[in-house]
Design a protein around this ligand. Structure first.
Ligand SMILES: C[S@@+](CC[C@H](N)C(=O)[O-])C[C@H]1O[C@@H](n2cnc3c(N)ncnc32)[C@H](O)[C@@H]1O
Length: 223
């Protein structure tokens, strides 16, 4: 079984032997791949809807993994018990929705839990939620699939609320990377915030914060 580069990058972040959960699993490709490759021994796969969960069931059956997968209907992490999993992937959903999952699940505030998050939108809001709720972002990766760039965030709880700027939330830990796709991600951010800054200036609106984001991205690119 092969994963596309987006899910493959999520899989690379998973710790060997962890008690794995895939939230919003749809076809359960990620957990099935991890099981087939011996990276994990057991997975809980959940989805909000019956249709995607049926897709997951079909994939699990196809590979004869019924005894190793627990399929569950669940809104975010509502259907999980604290402590039953310690490695949680949430991929392919909006950053605001993922933020809601984090804010409404107190048992995630545990240093043993590893979050692997792949927001489709609003990565900056998701980073802010993590920083403000005592999580730290260990690393991030930029990946490309069908010409589109995706971000993957690896985070742990350490209880320290971080005072961050909007620029910090926009750039995240991508600033630490030196690969070509991370650079491309920063260049796309630079374009987006430069346009936004120009529009604010033309409309005679406050552009100070947006300009500081542009400067910070330029600094990262130079470094
Ligand atoms: C685009 S698919 C992503 C599937 C897979 N995780 C991936 O990255 O390829 C999004 C999935 O999230 C599910 N979903 C949406 N809202 C959800 C929620 N509140 N709780 C759990 N799953 C949800 C959808 O039903 C859908 O199956």
């Amino acid at each position: 079984m092969l994963l596309d580069s987006r899910l493959s990058a999520v899989a690379d972040f998973v710790r060997d032997g962890s008690r794995f959960a895939d939230v919003g699993t749809d076809h359960a490709y990620l957990p099935v791949y991890l099981l087939l490759n011996g990276k994990i021994e057991y997975a809980v796969c959940s989805d909000l809807r019956k249709g995607p969960l049926k897709n997951a069931e079909e994939t699990v059956k196809k590979y004869g993994l019924e005894s190793k997968v627990d399929l569950r209907l669940s809104d975010g992490l509502n259907g999980y018990r604290g402590g039953e999993v310690n490695e949680i992937a949430v991929a392919g959903m909006g950053g605001l929705l993922i933020s809601r999952f984090i804010e409404s699940t107190p048992w995630l505030k545990n240093q043993d839990i590893h979050l692997i998050l792949q927001p489709m939108t609003h990565a900056e809001n998701l980073r802010k939620t993590l920083y403000l709720n005592g999580f730290f972002i260990e690393k991030e990766a930029a990946v490309k699939e069908n010409g589109k760039l995706y971000i993957i965030i690896s985070a742990y709880f350490n209880g320290v609320t971080q005072n961050v700027t909007t620029a910090d939330c926009v750039i995240g830990e991508i600033r630490k990377n030196s690969d070509a796709l991370s650079r491309e991600y920063l260049e796309s951010l630079l374009k987006k915030y430069t346009v936004k800054c120009e529009m604010l200036k033309n409309a005679k609106k406050d552009f100070i914060e947006t300009e500081s984001i542009v400067k910070e991205i330029e600094k990262c690119l130079k470094q």
